[in-house]
Every structure is written in structure tokens, then in C-alpha cells.
Design a protein around this ligand. Sequence first.
Ligand SMILES: Nc1ncnc2c1ncn2[C@@H]1O[C@H](COP(=O)(O)OP(=O)(O)OP(=O)(O)O)[C@@H](O)[C@H]1O
Length: 967
Amino acid sequence: MDEATTNEAQELEASSIRWRPKQMAFRTFVSKSEAADKAQALRVVVKRPLVTKLTKGLVETYQICNPQFKYSEELNPKRYLTTPSTGVLNDGYDNVNSDLILTVNYSLVNQETQRRYIVKDVLGHGTFGQVAKCWVPDTSCFVAVKIIKNQPAYYQQALVEVSILTTLNRKYDPEDKHHIVRIYDYFVHQRHLCICFELLDTNLYELIKINQFRGLSLSIVQMFSKQILHGLALLKDAGIIHCDLKPENILLCTSVKPAEVKIIDFGSACMEDRTVYSYIQSRYYRSPEVLLGYQYTTAIDMWSLGCIVAELFLGLPLFPGASEFDLLRRMIEILGGQPPDYVLKEAKNTSKFFKCIRSVHNIDNGEICSGGRNAYQALSVEEYEAREMKKPSIGKEYFHHMNLEAIVKNYPYRKNLPPEDVIKESRIRLALIDFLRGLVEFDPAKRWSPFQASKHPFVTGEPFTCPYKPPSETPRMPVAQNAKVDHHPGGGHWFAAGLSPNVSSQFFCSCHILVLEFVSPTNLPLTPSVPGRTRPHNSPHFQVFSYAHGNSYGSVGSHGSYNDGIGHGSSYGSYGDSNHMFAYYSPVAPSGMNMHPQASMSMLGTSPDARRRFMHYSHGNGLGISPSAGNFAALPLGTSPSQFTPPSSYSQVSAGSPGHYGPTSPARNSCHGSPLGKLAAATQFNRRKSLGYPGSCQVQEGSSLHWQGQINDGMSSSQGEGNPSVIGTSTSHQHSNFSSGSWMQQQGGDGSIHNISGSFKPCTSIQSGRSCDKFEASLSVPDPGDWDPNYSDELLLQEEDGSDVGSMSTEFSKSMHLSSGDPSVGLGRSNRVSNPGSNSSIQRQNGPMQGFPHAEIGSPTSAHDLHAGCGHVTSKPSHFIPHISQSSPSRLGQPPLNRFNHGRSSGREWNHIKVQHPPASFVSGEPHSPRKTSLNNGMPWGRRGNYPVTTILPAASRGRKDYGRIA
Ligand SMILES: Nc1ncnc2c1ncn2[C@@H]1O[C@H](COP(=O)(O)OP(=O)(O)OP(=O)(O)O)[C@@H](O)[C@H]1O
């Protein structure tokens, strides 16, 4: 017998020991009692069913069948998560949309820490790129990694998100009590900025969708309102405006009991005193002042909150405007008023929507024209058409000729609700109406602040007896004294973000944490790995050049859009006083806000240049702060490139393409001014049907190039720095490579060069095929096809055919008790409204509804006193819990790809994570049950059967056929 044969025999022998068919047909009879006795004496042997053996142990099975069989992971076909998956840019790493082509098990690597993020799924897409669910082997946990498109504008703007979130997390909410998503890490991988967040669950839009567009129970609406208010209170304290609050940007936390939500997507946020862009907010949630082009504050987020709260209750957007004209028209009709004259007098866009019918001379702030009559009157459709030379898009009416009160009061009650509960709920509805009135208030000055709103009986659960009189707003208690940073009109995103393109030249590949923050002893130490490093790396988009401090402002971040051909050398980025130094984080590194390697104290910037500049510009030039002020203001963090409002003289580039929409809400279609655009998000993922579309979507590609118009409101000593001619002389920028023209996208294949501006395409207006349909009923039957971005007849067919999924969904919805959904209604077309004539006849069809008074809301937020405020928070164990085995499909609709269980970490610390160390609970132990979702944990909406939220994908999610294909 030769050696091979011997081996084969041995292998065969071994395999036959491992597994062989059992002789089950005949065996000795054993009585039940005997069997029981025996069983007690025996060990428990867990048998794996045959199917499991054959599938989980597939390789083993193959080897039994064919001992020659060898398994090699490399030979596995790739499962693509990104579409299109053809690599055409960046040496084949990126697709035509500049998205990194992801496959299952693709590794994203933070070069500095060598931490690997193994991609398991895609959670969503947005304007800025893809969000992937990743496994971190180091810590044995899942995280969400936002992989930013490989284009400078996206890259820069993503830095704003990093900067703002890091500041919010560490400085304002170190104990994670304010319902703001946590950021853990950021790094550059294959020229893509990757931002690592805590993994969250479904967003509220998806939740509503899962609930078949029926409203959620009042108790849940109340609970979420309270939590979002906590977040907004924090933002207000920090002087930060979110600018894109909407259901898609509020995500459920995983496995938190009772349910919690968190606010995400700070990519559009800006500082309150640096409201640079006027085309902001997603359309349905856009405040009147933004729409009208009036100055805005954190109050715009309160308006959005009002819209969100109403939508949570109704299951439908309150103002689903198909265009800005339509939006305003709906506001006026539903709220029964209009923006105050003082706003209209000043706003830039008033003439687009209003005509002046009286003298406006006597209008002062807050005062209405004599006699209480408005000086302005909204244009009719015909007048608008005559003025604008085009018909305005008008969407379908869901709440035809109804005001807010009628809409809420007449919303169907749950079927079979006992009369006493109907009475109780009707009282709570009155409270809700009053609450909403305070939020969707036309006058921004009268709109309630988060603090005021949080004391409303609807939120507190106290009996509502009469219209609420809000307490006067308590004076703001900043955590730190604000720095006044000079604002420079030449500034772009970098400026706005307090980040410096200059410093990116000294980019350390893995983006040090640049924290100079000494607010709380609980703050994490500065990254230990940073000091002493001198090896510069290129930013993916900004070349290394020898740093010359020239006329630069500060060292800490700099302003100046990358698009700016001049390349401003000015920097901003930190603020603080002698006791506190607050700095935003610059992934582009050392000059951002780093520690002096040798110093025992933090310094502004680690770049030697930065430090020198600090000395040189002691009169306020150095750091973009005014020494004379003593105090330092928060940086202008800027907003999204998607929010440029182009000066009219600039070229108009529209974002978006016909038939392709942004990934999330219909409101997204407004493009909100992004030169990055919804264009970028316009992929085949984003099919949307019959949406009102504003059409014009005109945004300016070059707006970051030539952005202008911000008034210096900072310190006089800094104002000189605001002179573009000064900043334009930055020596460093002479070497820099920030202009759009000079930035080059690496191109696979032919090597041709695309600059960013070249990649924008004109936007075509979309006329909604259905948008002008009128419904007779005052509350028409909402058809998701009319406004659901992902709805299509194709999907409808799938829904109707897919009874299995439909029934699952129904069952899921039923078990969630999210609303009053009638299980019998089945999947899809729902929210049918019975005649709203009488209260008793108005039953929200379907399912059990949690009566507000009975809701076991628990006390998720009781400890979160809104005025616990910054720096006053009491310590509580952090509640980070690894993500469950679901992902959170966005409106793009994620296909039901593999969901992964995950375990907790092995106990290793996240020592190298720059931004935030996950709390202790994050790294503790055992595998996590996929069933322990935020929704099956005894929430008032009830039992969840065995369906975790995202295992039941919304209809649209199932419509993606080309997703996750096998190569
Ligand atoms: N931390 C997270 N955990 C789970 N899912 C997430 C997380 N962050 C984002 N997502 C998912 O990815 C989607 C897109 O994320 P995000 O809104 O941050 O991207 P964006 O590019 O800024 O989008 P937008 O187009 O709204 O600006 C979200 O709607 C959500 O479904």
C-alpha cells in the first residue's frame, strides 16, 4: 500500500468516525419511564440537525464526500454591496459615483491603529456615500462606518460632521445622555474618509413604513419627542443647528430598553452664528424662514421637530410639499396663518411667494401692520405662474382643506378602542395639537425652544387643561465661553468646519484625534499614539507640501474652500480661554488641534507652523480668535456643501438627475442645494416614483469657490483677517492643491482626468405624474406610491404577490403595536381613513394602540433632564450595546441580505480609537441575541414576536434586484 493510499484510508477512517448515518430503523424498545430514568442519568447531548450539519458544516461534508476537496476563502465569489460595482475610478477601487466598491468581508483599515473594519452589509446610502455595517475583530463588535465618496467636497464636508460630532460627544455630552449618535473613529482608506459610528437601528421613516404608514401610538410619539428634544436642547446649548432633521436622521438605538432614538447625520450642521448657507433642510421639514431666505437659528430644527412629531402621529408628512410653493401653500392652509410681516419684509425670497398689499414701513420686529392685517399676501397658483413663468408643482392633498386641529382630531382612532380610552386619547390629542402649534409656529421668535417644548404637558405627560404658556427661556449656560472667531467670506467648508486644508498637507494617515478639551475629567486622554509622530501623509485630496505659514490665520483648522483656486491660508479651529481650550477635531491632522508632543499642556495645533503662528498673530490673527475678547467663540462649523445658496451670478449646476432621487425622504428631492448633490445620491438605488419634485434644484457647483456674503460679526481685531485679499496670500496655499481644477480624481483605465466640477450634471425637473391628483375626501387614502420615494408598481406587485412577506410584515406590525394597524389590512396600502365625521366613527383602523395614559413608557428620559445641560450631567453607565443582527435600511431600501449576529467585544479597550472609546458595556462579553432589539424589549408597543425590526424589510427594500449580486 503506498503512502497516498494509506493517507486516504486514514482520512476515510477519520471521517467515518466523525459522521456516519445512524441505524434508526430498529432499536430496543424502552418504556417511557425507563427512558426518563435514563435521561436523567445521561448527559444532555445537543444534536445538530442534519440540515445544519450539511449547511454549516458544508466544507466538512464536502470533504467527507471528496477527501481531495480543499476549501479556500480566496476562491469565493465576491458579493458586491455597492452598485454599480464596476471599478472605473481610483484605480478601480471606486465606481462611477466615486463610491468605494464594497464587497462582503471587505476590510477597511485604519492604517495608524491597524484596526480593521470588516464590511458585512450596507446599512444605507446618503448624499455623502455609503454606510456599512462592519465587524471590528479587535473589539468583537459591530459598528457603522460611513464611507465618504472620493471627492474633495464630500471629503471636506464629512470633516465637518466629524468635527461637530466629536465636539458634541466629547464636550457637550460626554456621558451620552442626549440622544446624539456617538462617533468612534475616522480614517482614510483608499482615498475615502471613513467615519465610524456606533451602530444604530432602523430610522423613524422606516419605522413608519414598517408600520404601513400608519401613525405610531401617542405614547411612542411622546417618548420620541422627549428624547429628540433632549438632543435639540444640547444642540442649542452648543449653538449648533442640525439643518437636516427628519425621520430618516433619527435612528432607534439597538437593544436599548425602553426604546431610545438618536439623532444622526451632522453633515449639514452649522454653528448658529455662522449660518452660511440658505438652501438647507429637507423640503418637508423646511422651516418658513429658510424657505423664505430669512436669517435662521436653532429654531429651524424645532420646526422640523414639529413636522416629525406630526408625521409620527399621522404616518404621513404634515407638509409634503412637491415644491417650495406647494410647501408654503400647505403650511398656510394647515396652520391658518403666514409668516410675520417683519420676516417677510426682510426675507430674500418673499417676492417669489408673496405680494405686498399694504405699506411695510411701519413693520418692526414682531409687529404686524396696523389693524392687525398682514402687509403681504401669498400668491395664488395663477399669480405664481404668471410671475415665475412656470406652473408650481402641487402634490396630492392628504389633508384637504383641513387645519391642524381637524387633521389631528379626525385622525382615525384605533378600531375597537373602548369609549373611555377614546376620550382619554382625544384629550391627549388636544395636548398634541397645542404642542405642535408651539413648534410649527411661523414666527421663529415665538417658536418654542427645546427647553420650553420639553415642559409641555404632551411631553411631560401631565394633564393638559388649557393652552400651554411656556416658561421664559432660561439663559443659555454655555459649557465653555464662546470664542468669537472672525468669519471670512472667503471661507468655505474648511473654514466653516474649523478645519484646515493647509494642515491636511501634514496629514497623518490615520487622522489623529485633536482634542484640546478639558471640560470634564471623564474626558478621554488625547491619543497617546499621536505625539511624536512626524511622518506626514497625504490627505487623499490634498497634497503634502511644505508648510509655510504666510498670512494664515490660526493654526487650528483653516478656512477656505478647497475649491477656491486661491487657496486661502487662513485657519480657524479652536476656541477656548486660558482655562479651557476647545478645539474641533481635524482628521487632517496635526495642525488641527493636536497636542504639542513635548508640552504638558495642549497647544493649538501640533504643527510647528501653527505654534509659530500662534505667536505671530497675537492680535487675533493667529488663531482666528481675538485675544482681546478673552472669550472664545465656537467655530463656524459650516454646513453642507449641499447647502450652498449660489449667488445669482454664478453658474448653476443642478444636482440630481431625472428619475433618480436622493435616498431618503421625498423632501430630499429638493436637492437642498447641493452641488455634491443629490446628484451623488442619484443612483439606481434611488428609484422613486411620482414624487413632487421641485424641478429647479439649482445649485451651484462653484459656490464653495466663491462663497461670499457672510458678515463679520466677530472681533474687530480679527476682522482684518476677514479680508479675502489677506487670506488669499497664504504662502502655503501657493503650494496647495485645493482648487477644484487641480484636484484630480484618479481614474482607472484610460487615466483621463476628471475634476470635480466636471462631474456635475444638470438637474432636470421632474413632473410628478400623480402629484396633481386631487382627492375628494378631506382625508384621502394615502397611497405610498404618491410620496414614498421607493414605491413603485413593481413593488406593489411584489407586495401583493409576496403574501408571505406581507403576512410577516403584518404580523410584525401587529406584534409591535406601533400603531393601530389592523392586521387584517395586510401589507402596503394602509392608513385608510374612515369618515372623519364623528369621533366615534373615526377609528384608526387596525391593531391595538397604546393608550397614552397607559403607556409603559418607562423612564427612558426621566434622567435626561433637558436642563441637565452641558457639564451638569450626572454619570450613568454608558449604554452602548452592540448592534443586533439587523441593519437599518434607509429609504433606499436595503435588500434582506445576510444579517449578522455579533458578539460583544472580547474585553479589549478601544485604546486607539481617537474619537471616542466605547463605554465599558460595549466591550463586555457574550454574543448578543439578535432578538434583543430595541423593539422587542418590552416596549409599550408590545410584543414583537420574533421579528426584529429590520428583518422585515419594507416593501421597497425588496425591490432592489441588483443588490448584493454574486460576481
Ligand atoms: N450609526 C448608524 N447606524 C446604523 N445605520 C446608520 C448609521 N448612520 C447612518 N445609517 C444609515 O445610513 C443612512 C445614511 O446615513 P447618513 O444620513 O448619515 O448619510 P448621508 O450621506 O449624510 O445622508 P444624507 O443624504 O441624508 O445627507 C441613514 O439613513 C441610516 O439608515
